[in-house]
Design a protein around this ligand. Structure first.
Ligand code: GPW
Length: 843
């Protein structure tokens, strides 16, 4: 195995700090030491992966003293801590992120170069921590980055799945799922803490104790083992912690079996309790209602809340000897943020620990709980709202069911006092629905929190007027908006270094931590050199992506064509199928008018479908078949190319997003809570074609309606149309091109080997209750694309709009979002102060 040699000697000249030679020598020394002592190899036998690990350990060394120092600092200052609880963290790779945030990328680059190694190739060998599905998990990762960058004393809590999101392969146009063993190689970015195991209990029953207290007995215990990963802030010497829990069987797990002498079986069955953190549920915006998922949710919640209480007890204010710990100040020392309802059991677990273990009274416990916890909702889709069957819930968590019953009684009592005659309202607002026999986790989250927020203005407004209307009327003061954001570090500085450098030459590097400064770029919108530079950077990014796709997937695309991109999870509400109908129409138009001058387009799709989501998987197959038909048609030439990229995730996104010309954001209005790929593409100079949905509305506000291609029904129009009756056939009959496209799918034009393959898709498109109203937006979508085409023909005018989009992207920084959470929900204060570097004394 030969080392990855430097391929091209070109080094980026970066204005972000020239490395000191000592640093380069130091990097080499530490690198060699790790190859020798940690990896135990010499260069005759070392593989590229060994080199990757050596460099990862080298970078980690640079991080650990800052990490330890940050913890000391948090202890000393004893500021209020923020706890972000999420079932998903889609972190992506750590190496380049750590190097950039620590400011050592230049010396590491240089050192590797001198040793004849290629950093970009080595970076590719890191397996991705893909412990998330889509936007929700990636949002959690962006927020950790911003919380560290803003100097908050913040912790992420999650689960360490052995298997994150599956690897997607496309075989004969069909999605196939493969397990992704991201832990095959030891991960240099995590430290296990077996000395801090936390017990988590399941099943059993509740009895009345002698002293009149409730006692949970005969439960089984599974241990939660913490694994800590570093979260470096940008250039501030802060390194926060992401703590992920892994299930470990307790020795007592099969006590009965051990005692009966069946030693082998007892040991073998330990693994079943360790299954709790085996695998991430691969559903996005969908609740499957499986008991294993409930076990996972409780596992995260119980281990984390116990850990949070333990940290409070040994924090400075509580260390005064032999004094009973006072929980009155708990909400001033801890904020718990729930990333959707998945960790909603936190409400009940905190109640249980305060009442049963810490001996607080019910009213005080509930007051503390509400003041500590806040809840973020990420969807209005009914199929995503978690409702657990009472039977399942009660059996697995008997004490929690009792406590929810108490909370519900307390809550309904308040409702009744406010609306004494309104029986219907009581029925609508109950947390425990006795008719449906379900526990409503969304309602529990609202009742147990002091703040509830949506993730874009429109979504937050809809929350108040639709699914949470009654709760809004009860507690209007709880409801807020926190429009999502993305971290400008990963999504510009790291993934698009040439654009980052170009921006920095114009406005300095302040934008990296204050993205609003991008608006200064408006001064250069008519600067011809700047326009050419922006065009060159975009073209080079497209070339780089083309080469990467050629090399890794044997896909040929032309960097001179427009890159028109829709990458996101496959979901009917996101309407990849509408895009597909458009592609078919573009194809038909070229066929009908082969001599007409049209712009060259590459239409790129990418995204995973949940393994059990049949329709989504069939849509992938259709897109792949259309792509095949187009590429095999000699008439088409290089005017149209359609590709479906395999295994879209954070790492692939980092390559695609810098190369996007046109960003497809075409969900039916009212259904995409926010969207975040819309923000990533805008920040990288992609123009948006989109509906008035989620954060698209705010993108339009920020950039101005002349600099975005909006189309389609507004939410209000969707509502009215649904009211009056959507009739798909009307649109079908009245638009010849639409009719033709659907007939071609129906007649097997794209599946001659099996003409009926897509009949379910055709059938559902034409149903009058088709939920996503694809046909209603088709015509306007086509017209919007004609406007896109017009503009694209004028390269300069197009690029000016790209510049205006970049300049207007400042609002969509996760730093801005976290500042708002800090101020309006957590009551903590961000700082841009740098911690002293580790060579200074202990704080
Ligand atoms: F259903 N989102 C997601 F709300 O990626 F929980 N997975 C999910 O399971 C859910 C939401 C859930 C997404 C939203 O669909 C997207 O619009 C939003 O931008 C993102 O969460 C982050 O807020």
């Amino acid at each position: 195995h030969a080392p990855a040699l430097k391929e091209n000697n070109y080094k980026q000249i970066s204005i972000r700090g020239i490395p000191l030679l000592e640093n380069v020598e130091e990097v080499k020394k530490v690198f060699n030491r790790h190859l020798h002592f940690t990896i135990v190899k010499d260069r005759d036998v070392a593989t590229d992966h060994d080199y990757y690990e050596s460099i990862a350990y080298t970078v980690r060394d640079h991080l650990v003293s800052r990490w330890i120092r940050t913890n000391q600092y948090h202890f000393e200052t004893d500021q209020k801590r923020v706890y972000y609880l999420s079932l998903e963290y889609h972190m992506g790779r750590a190496l380049s992120n750590c190097m950039i945030n620590l400011g050592i990328e230049n010396s590491v680059d240089e050192a590797l170069y001198e040793m004849g190694l290629n950093i970009e190739e080595l970076e590719e060998l890191e397996s991705e921590a893909a412990l998330g599905n889509g936007g929700l998990g990636r949002l959690a990762a962006c927020y950790l980055d911003s919380m560290a960058t803003l100097g908050l004393s913040a912790y992420g809590y999650g689960l360490r799945y052995d298997y994150g999101i599956f690897a997607q392969k496309i075989e004969d146009g069909y999605q196939k799922e493969y397990p992704e063993n991201w832990l095959r190689y030891a991960c240099p970015w995590e430290i296990s803490r077996p000395e801090f195991l936390v017990p988590v209990q399941y099943y059993g029953k509740v009895i009345d104790d002698k002293d009149g207290k409730k006692k949970w007995v005969e439960y089984i215990t599974v241990h939660a083992m913490p694994y800590d990963s570093p979260i470096p802030g940008y250039n501030n010497n802060v390194v926060n912690t992401l703590r992920l829990w892994s299930a470990k069987a307790s020795e007592k797990f099969n006590f009965a079996l051990f005692n009966s002498g069946d030693y082998i079986r007892a040991v073998a069955e330990q693994s079943s309790s360790e299954d709790i953190t085996r695998v991430l549920y691969p559903n996005d915006d969908f609740d499957e209602g499986k008991i294993l998922r409930l076990k996972q949710e409780y596992f995260l919640v119980s281990a984390s809340v116990q850990d949070i209480i333990a940290r409070y007890k040994r924090s400075k204010i509580n260390l005064k000897a032999d004094q009973q710990v006072d929980f009155t100040n708990f909400p001033d020392k801890a904020a718990i943020q729930l990333n959707d309802t998945h960790p909603a059991l936190s409400v009940v677990e905190l109640m249980r620990l305060l009442i049963d273990v810490e001996n607080l009274g019910w009213d005080q416990a509930f007051d503390i709980t509400k003041r500590t916890i806040a809840f973020t909702n990420h969807t209005l889709l009914p199929e995503a709202l978690e409702k657990w069957p009472i039977d399942m819930f009660q059996k697995l968590l008997p004490r929690h069911f009792q406590l929810i019953t108490d909370i519900n009684a307390h809550h309904l009592d308040i409702v009744q006092k406010k609306w004494p005659e309104d029986k219907e309202r009581m029925k609508r607002m109950t947390i425990i629905d006795d008719e449906a026999k379900k526990v409503n986790m969304g309602y529990l989250s609202v009742v147990g929190s002091h703040a509830v927020n949506g993730v874009a203005q429109m979504h937050s407004d809809l929350l108040k007027s639709t699914i949470m209307k009654d709760f809004y009327e009860l507690n209007p003061e709880k409801f807020q908006n926190k429009t999502n954001g993305i971290t400008p570090r990963r999504w510009l500085l790291i993934c698009n270094p040439d654009l980052a450098d170009l921006i920095t030459t114009k406005i300095g590097e302040g934008w990296i931590t204050d993205l609003a400064q991008l608006k200064q770029l408006r001064d250069y919108v008519d600067d011809e050199q700047f326009i050419r530079d922006i065009q060159r950077v975009k073209f080079e990014n497209k070339e780089r992506l083309s080469k990467f796709l050629k090399k890794n997937f044997n896909v040929n695309i032309n960097p001179n064509s427009m890159f028109d991109v829709q990458v996101k999870r496959l979901h009917e509400y996101k309407r990849q199928l509408l895009n597909c109908l458009r592609v078919i129409t573009v194809y038909n138009r070229i066929k009908a008018n082969p001599d007409k001058d049209v712009i060259q387009r590459t239409i790129i799709f990418g995204g995973k479908a949940a393994p059990g989501y049949k329709t989504a998987k069939l849509i992938i197959k259709l897109i792949c078949n259309v792509a095949r038909t187009v590429s095999e048609d000699p008439v088409i030439g290089d005017r149209l190319r359609v590709v479906f990229l395999e295994n879209y995730g954070v790492s692939l996104a980092e390559k695609i997003i810098p190369a996007v010309d046109l960003s497809e954001q075409i969900s039916l209005a009212g259904l995409e809570a926010s969207g975040t790929s819309n923000m990533k593409m805008m920040l990288n100079g992609g123009l948006t074609i989109g509906t008035m949905d989620g954060a698209n509305v705010e993108i339009c506000e920020e950039v101005g309606k002349d600099n975005i291609f909006t189309f389609g029904l507004t939410y209000k129009e969707v509502d009215e149309l649904r009211e009056k009756g959507y009739n798909a056939k009307d649109y079908y009959e009245h638009n010849a091109e639409l009719k033709q496209a659907i007939e071609q799918i129906r007649d097997g034009v794209f599946s001659p080997e099996d003409p009926n393959l897509f009949s379910d898709i055709v059938k559902s498109l034409l149903e009058s209750d088709e939920k996503f109203m694809l046909l209603a937006d088709y015509e306007e979508y086509m017209k919007a694309h004609e406007r896109v085409e017009q503009l694209y023909k004028d390269g300069t005018e197009w690029t000016k709009k790209c510049i205006l989009n970049i300049a207007a992207a400042g609002k969509f920084s996760s730093d801005r979002a976290i500042r708002e959470y800090a101020k309006d929900i957590w009551n903590v204060t961000p700082t841009d102060k740098k911690l002293p570097s580790p060579d200074a004394g202990r704080p």
